[in-house]
Write a protein that binds this ligand. Sequence first.
Ligand SMILES: [Zn+2]
Ligand SMILES: [Zn+2]
Ligand SMILES: [Zn+2]
Length: 267
Amino acid sequence: MGVFACGRYANAVTFLFLGTGTSHGVPMIGCDCAVCRSTDARDNRLRPSIYVECDNGQRILVDSTPDLRQHALRYDIRRVDAVVYTHAHADHVLGLDELRRLNHMTHQPVPLYGEARTLKQIKQTFAYAFDTDARAGGGVPDLTTQVIDASPFTIGDQEIVPVPVRHGTWTIFGFRFGSFAYLTDCNAIPETSLPLLRNLDVLVLDALRHRPHPTHFTVAQAIEAAKAVGARQTYLTHICHDLGHAETSAKLPDGVALAYDGLRVTL
Ligand SMILES: [Zn+2]
Ligand SMILES: [Zn+2]
Ligand SMILES: [Zn+2]
């Protein structure tokens, strides 16, 4: 349970789902619905993030959610060699200060990779962390920034391909690592991005709920997009409390499944 493995080879990479919930998380504060009250662990969803574990020991975090401390405690994360940002919405960046503890353990600054706009927004939100006076006191995370564009880039040995996706009025990045692609937060995949998603073993796709939303795929839209991409397996993420894991999973087509916190995929 909880492990999807295929085509394992010497340089295997494991993708750990740290959180698969929408911006509110599930349970949502003050909600008594059946999913928020569920005792099924798969209905308990922290904010959306994945942790990429490369064979050579390198560890890459995608987004620093407000639950980063919980992610790290739950999954015993002791190392983050880089954070790669999809975009700067609050549910994807607000845990940035927790990187302080990772700095302490690795004795290294953490490089943040993102588009110029994303890094600008992060610097505005966390102005204190980039203030050279404050840094002298040691009470702030030690960070560097690396601007990326839509070109593939490399962190250590790992090539990462940005995949532009529509997220409301924004175009933001999903990321492809080998035959795994992580597209959180999207309501459309532009035609021009489809060639970047060929021959995938695993596609991870936003699927907020059944009701339409201006910036997120519904489950039905995600299933359509999954068909267009044609990955061997698609996992849905960024899930709100409308979707109970068991009842929703029972209705999904073959090759499409709900992700859940703690799911590990090794490729
Ligand atoms: Zn609820
Ligand atoms: Zn967003
Ligand atoms: Zn989000």
